[in-house]
Design a protein around this ligand. Sequence first.
Ligand code: SAM
Length: 247
Amino acid sequence: MPELFGNQHVNGADMNRVKPEQKSGPADPSKGIFCFMDVVAKEAEHYAADHTTPLSSLLEEVARFTMGRMPFPSMLSGRIEAQFLQLLVRLTGAQKIVDIGTFTGYSALAMAEVAPDDGEIITIEHNPAHADIAKNFINRSPHGSKIRLCIGDALEIMKLLPDKKTNLVFIDADKKSYAAYYEESLRILRRGGIILADNALWYGQVLDPKDDDSRAMAGFNEMVKADARTEKLFLTIRDGIYLIRKL
Ligand SMILES: C[S@@+](CC[C@H](N)C(=O)[O-])C[C@H]1O[C@@H](n2cnc3c(N)ncnc32)[C@H](O)[C@@H]1O
């Protein structure tokens, strides 16, 4: 895909995925996970991270950089989720992958490391500052050539992708658009293709949604649950991952 998508800039830091009390970041950066998650007990998160294969040194560096230098480090998905993504890409042999919400490049790089040699990860980011940081890390990765970083609005860019060619979509951007990303994903995915929707628990707030993002995530989960076009598994990993397979 050529770089024809323009630059739809959004100024300032992106607040999605960040609750006010989370701005201070993780309590224990060495674990590669965040300690403010209250859906899964932090002791259990640490234990799980400790018993999960470490990531590449570049991914650990991206995590350290994000936690130390980015205004909202909680947007990083973390070691357990990155390993989960890598395992899924390995198991499915996914060759065409769409990563919605690049941030510092962590999920895109994680998937690129294990995608086949002819694999392609289209990662989409609307914040040019985030995209610049991700680009630096992507350029340093031996698997960076598999990644195409698109700067612009994720939904608009998804609309440019062809029908039924994609194997896997990782949805991890603005919550209000999850339902739209899901519909576009079903269009671009092959039969049997996978959607992973991150933050499906939205810090537990989907149980009693009180704000727009919580209502959007709760509504998204209900929509997916009722959709006969897919089969699904709601995973209580970290902040919840909705694992969805197109029938
Ligand atoms: C939660 S972070 C992504 C984290 C990343 N996937 C990871 O694993 O570390 C969400 C990112 O999506 C971007 N974003 C939010 N809304 C977007 C939109 N409409 N189009 C493109 N990017 C968007 C934000 O700027 C932010 O960098």
